[in-house]
Design a protein around this ligand. Structure first.
Ligand code: TXA
Ligand code: MG
Length: 317
């Protein structure tokens, strides 16, 4: 299949209406989109990404009015939606029957978000169905923040990539769910815990939905470069690996004896988040023996950066 890259919304809409897949830009990362109400389109998403069929997909809609078409929206979720949508927040809600089981991998809950990207919103307004869209990478690899990243993984597998430039946030949406008068954060992301707390006084509970990654004996990394990545005290990692070709991904500081990739010399976490995935891809293509990195400050989007780097770590079998 020939993969075309362009900015033609009506072409993208026509393909999606015909149950074909289109990679779409969002403010977080690029998504691999198909008609969320079509079992044919959704099964093509799982196949193109090599994604296990038990891993459910997020529905992307054009505005908060659309949420109640596909899910039951409680009052706190409605408040969060009003405040943060469009934007990098995904709400997990009880699903309505109109959403096929294959889209939610059999779950009776559905994840919904309104992306904040002009091309993507224009596309969503031009069609009359929601878009199921996981990140547009081959399952397990680093999420794409440019159209070129999408093409690197999915060229030949999808007909069209809608080119919306570089993703503004660069990390995936925060996924949360209001349950028993608490806000459960299933994945840290573009909206910080502080921002959520500003809108709702409910207790925030962070759940680690990737426990398997930490389980001894399992090699189940996500967002992972092929080059081994170690996180810790950078000077220490460098000292223990003398003679090796090392790429160092740090927040602010440069180190001797390595190739430095400083994500934000001025100490801006949003800037670091924005560069993280592109830097991981760049470094992974650079023939390094290993990547070393560190813990980022645990504020704002910092926890989301730390979460993604944690999952990118090299794990022994
Ligand atoms: O920023 C984002 O959220 C990007 C852009 C493209 O919108 N999308 C994205 O999708 O990151 P994906 O599929 O790569 O990650 C979505 C996560 C998965 O871990 C999935 O398990 C979880 O959301 N998820 C989706 N639907 C769910 C559901 N019904 N119940 C529980 N978890 C769900
Ligand atoms: Mg993903």
């Amino acid at each position: 299949m020939n993969t075309e890259l362009g900015t033609n919304i009506s072409k993208a809409a026509a393909l999606l209406t015909a149950d074909e897949l289109v990679a779409i830009p969002t403010e977080t990362v690029y998504g691999l989109a198909g008609n969320a109400l079509s079992e044919i389109a959704v099964s093509k998403i799982y196949a193109a990404k090599n994604r296990p069929s038990f891993n459910p997909l997020i529905l992307h809609v054009s505005g908060i009015k659309q949420l109640s078409k596909y899910a039951l929206v409680d009052s706190v979720s409605a408040l969060l939606a009003k405040e943060f949508m469009p934007g990098p927040l995904t709400l997990l809600l009880p699903k309505k029957n109109i959403v096929p089981d294959i889209t939610t991998a059999g779950s009776n809950k559905v994840a919904l978000r309104v992306p904040q990207h002009p091309l993507c919103l224009e596309l969503l307004h031009s069609i009359d169905f929601p878009l199921a869209a996981p990140s547009a990478n081959i399952s397990g690899y680093i999420s794409p923040t440019t159209a070129a990243h999408v093409a690197a993984g999915l060229h030949g597998k999808i007909p069209y990539i809608l080119n919306g430039g570089t993703a503004a946030v660069g990390l995936e949406s925060t996924i949360c769910e209001v349950m028993h008068q608490k806000i459960i954060i299933h994945r840290t992301g573009g909206i910080s815990a502080n921002e959520l707390q500003r809108v709702s006084a409910l207790e925030l509970v962070l759940v680690n939905n990737q426990k398997s990654v930490e389980t001894a004996g399992q090699l189940k990394s996500h967002y992972a470069p092929n080059t081994p990545l170690y996180r810790g005290d950078i000077a220490d990692i460098i000292a223990r690996n003398s003679g090796k070709k090392i790429a160092c991904i740090s927040f602010q500081k440069r180190y001797d004896g390595v190739e430095n990739f400083v994500l934000s010399p001025s100490g801006n976490l949003a800037e670091a988040a924005n560069l993280l995935f592109a830097t991981l891809r760049l470094v992974d293509a650079g023939n390094f023996d290993l990547i070393c990195t560190e813990l980022f400050p645990n504020e704002g989007i910092g926890p989301a950066i730390n979460d993604r780097l944690g999952r990118a770590q090299f794990l022994y079998k």
